[in-house]
Design a protein around this ligand. Structure first.
Ligand SMILES: C=CC1=C(C)c2cc3[nH]c(cc4nc(cc5[nH]c(cc1n2)c(C)c5CCC(=O)O)C(CCC(=O)O)=C4C)c(C)c3C=C
Ligand SMILES: [Fe+2]
Ligand SMILES: [Fe+2]
Length: 342
């Protein structure tokens, strides 16, 4: 029998510092997130970050936490239920970090008689810290615990025309009655080093002014290219004028260079340049979360107002948008029809 596992990032069990510390400990000790040798990662994460960040992160989580739980988890569960209503196979949900583990998700499907799984990392763009860490862990778990299970993964879908259309139309619908001078596409950042590591040609990605616009097989795994493409394709779909939109990268951590321009500095620059009304969309996330509800909708707005901006509109993530739900169902049905028996 076929089954589906949706996988998102995960959240702490509660916004209390002890739960945030446990969650961040697992997340940041992932070698694909903080990609330095184990000794250095241990020193950095356990010796430095976990002594300071959990308190500050817990404060941020408390500002956005809902009665039902973490927005990212609640919205992912709502998505799972809606997708389940559209397809005939069991649909389970797991998180890469935290209590809703991928192992539990696979077990839930196996207990229902599933022996072929369609694994859907809920990330439009490929990144070592997101898609790759999910597929690698799922394969390790398969080998260790579910040797008879077949797992096929949905690759990054950043340039899928149906996805672009769903995203663009959701942005259009949300901004229908709102006025804005600039639309900023803000993506979660990654250290520049991650881009170089994922370059399968080992020579294409220079993170310069042109590599992401120059055709290359490297782009199948280039997060920076894939983010820029989403912006370009949505801009094209919405017929935006070139100066009215741009791309930036948020949520940097530590002292290494991350993808630029940084979102906070871009918001500040736009405000100082005289933009009075800006809208912001966050297409690296399919569900609203700490990074959209706090970092963008709260901190971002504050920065914009401090430099003279007047109206700051945050476009929600796709969340449980019915066109998005139906698109996922369509991909699941297409997979179920094309899968080849071994
Ligand atoms: C080195 C650190 C990090 C990398 C690389 C990274 C990549 C990355 N993350 C997301 C999506 C999310 N990240 C979220 C929170 C978050 N991310 C980091 C660090 C890195 N992320 C931290 C420390 C945190 C925790 C919060 C904080 O202390 O600031 C979230 C939100 C989770 C939630 O519970 O709401 C998401 C989603 C992507 C897509 C990505 C690379 C492309
Ligand atoms: Fe992150
Ligand atoms: Fe590139």
């Amino acid at each position: 029998m076929k089954g589906v596992l949706l996988v998102n990032l995960g959240s702490p069990d509660s916004p209390e510092p002890k739960d945030v510390k446990k969650y961040l400990g697992e997340f940041l000790m992932d070698e694909r997130v903080i990609d330095v040798p184990l000794w250095a990662r241990t020193l950095l994460v356990k010796g430095i970050i976990l002594n300071t960040r959990p308190k500050a992160s817990a404060k941020a989580y408390k500002k956005i936490w809902w009665e039902e739980g973490s927005p990212l988890i609640v919205l992912s569960e709502q998505l799972q239920h809606k997708v389940q209503e559209e397809v005939e196979f069991p649909v389970a949900l797991a998180m890469r970090y935290g209590s809703m583990t991928i192992k539990k998700g696979l077990q839930e499907l196996v207990d229902k008689g599933v022996d072929e799984v369609f694994l859907i990392p809920l990330y439009p763009q490929f990144a070592m810290a997101t898609t790759e860490t999910i597929t690698v862990l799922a394969e390790e778990l398969r080998q260790q615990h579910f040797p008879n299970l077949k797992i096929e993964s949905l690759p990054a879908f950043y340039n899928n025309p149906d996805y672009i259309s769903v995203l663009a139309e959701s942005i259009k619908a949300d901004l229908k009655d709102k006025d804005y001078d600039h639309l900023l596409f803000s993506y979660h950042g990654v250290p520049e080093r991650h881009i170089r590591k994922s370059d399968i040609t080992k020579s294409h990605c220079k993170i310069d002014g042109s590599c992401c616009e120059t055709p290359s097989i490297a782009h199948e795994f280039c997060y920076r290219h894939q983010c820029k493409e989403v912006t370009r394709l949505v801009g094209e779909h919405l017929e935006l004028t070139p100066d009215s939109y741009s791309t930036s990268f948020q949520s940097r951590l530590g002292f290494d260079p991350w993808l630029q321009p940084y979102t906070d500095r871009t918001i500040e620059r736009l405000g100082k340049k005289g933009v009075k009304k800006m809208a912001i969309v966050t297409p690296a996330f399919v569900s609203d979360c700490l990074e959209t509800l706090e970092e963008i909708a709260m901190e971002g707005e504050e920065i914009f107002h401090e430099v003279g901006g007047q109206e700051f509109t945050t476009v929600p993530c796709l969340n449980t948008n019915m066109s998005w739900v139906k698109l996922l169902a369509q991909w699941i049905n297409e997979w179920s029809e094309t899968v080849v028996e071994a």
